[in-house]
Design a protein around this ligand. Sequence first.
Ligand SMILES: [Fe+2]
Ligand SMILES: [Fe+2]
Length: 296
Amino acid sequence: MPPFRLAHLSDPHLPPPKGALGLRDLASKRALSAMAWRRKGGQHDKAVLDALVADIGARAPDHIAITGDLTNFSTSPEVAAARAWLSSLGPHGHVTVSPGNHDALVGPAEAHRFAPWGPWLADDEAKAFPHVRVRGHVAIINLCSAIPTAPWLATGRLGEAQLAQLAKLLPDLADRGLFRLIVLHHPPVMGVVSRRKSLEDADAFRAILATHGADLILHGHAHEAALGVLPGSTGLVPVLGVPSASATPGGHHPPARWHEIEIGAKADDRQVWITARGLSDVTGAFETLGRYRLAA
Ligand SMILES: [Fe+2]
Ligand SMILES: [Fe+2]
């Protein structure tokens, strides 16, 4: 059986449609976010994102995982525009979205907050996070760390209910012989982002991981490439972050990149290979930056 090939991209920060910010947004956290967005200027470019998506399409992965921050201010027009963009990526069953803090900037943590993205969050939209999508020998465990926060904060939280469900799921999925791939927006490894941007209940998440294990964790949020490990039940669990999918060269962060992740099929030989595909500031095209195997 060929390996399962997954494309991981993150933080596309799609350009806000005209009129996305209304007058009443000016008194909310959205106004601060809009100021930050203007300060960052051209650090995100839809043309770069389009080129990245074309590069993914050319390599025809089995699945695409997007770890959040599709929008900038989480307004309704932006959520709708992001839904249209998701639709352009192919069948929704081939694309999984874990929301980011920019997708939940203000307001209460309503259950229906991400309803327009439902078909990309889960196979059964009626349930709450965590969602599990089984594709071949891979179980994609979709967590949501996106919460509204106070101004100037970009923290995330999984919450007790979601963590309790995760603790039940992990051993069940292991018993079924599935490769357990966790996707979430905020990095669960300490030090990848500042405290202001961190996952508030990372300790509780890491405790569950230490008890039940997992095979690979993917995140976004940092806009940097990051490879770390966390203790699992039988060994170390690799944790992989990817830069923003729309980042232009010459900004604060690395230019746009996505990772092609090949997960071997055999239960006793599940090699994981990573191919980093990045935007070259020399050629202006996407090219392979490196290819490496994650050691077991
Ligand atoms: Fe982001
Ligand atoms: Fe973020």
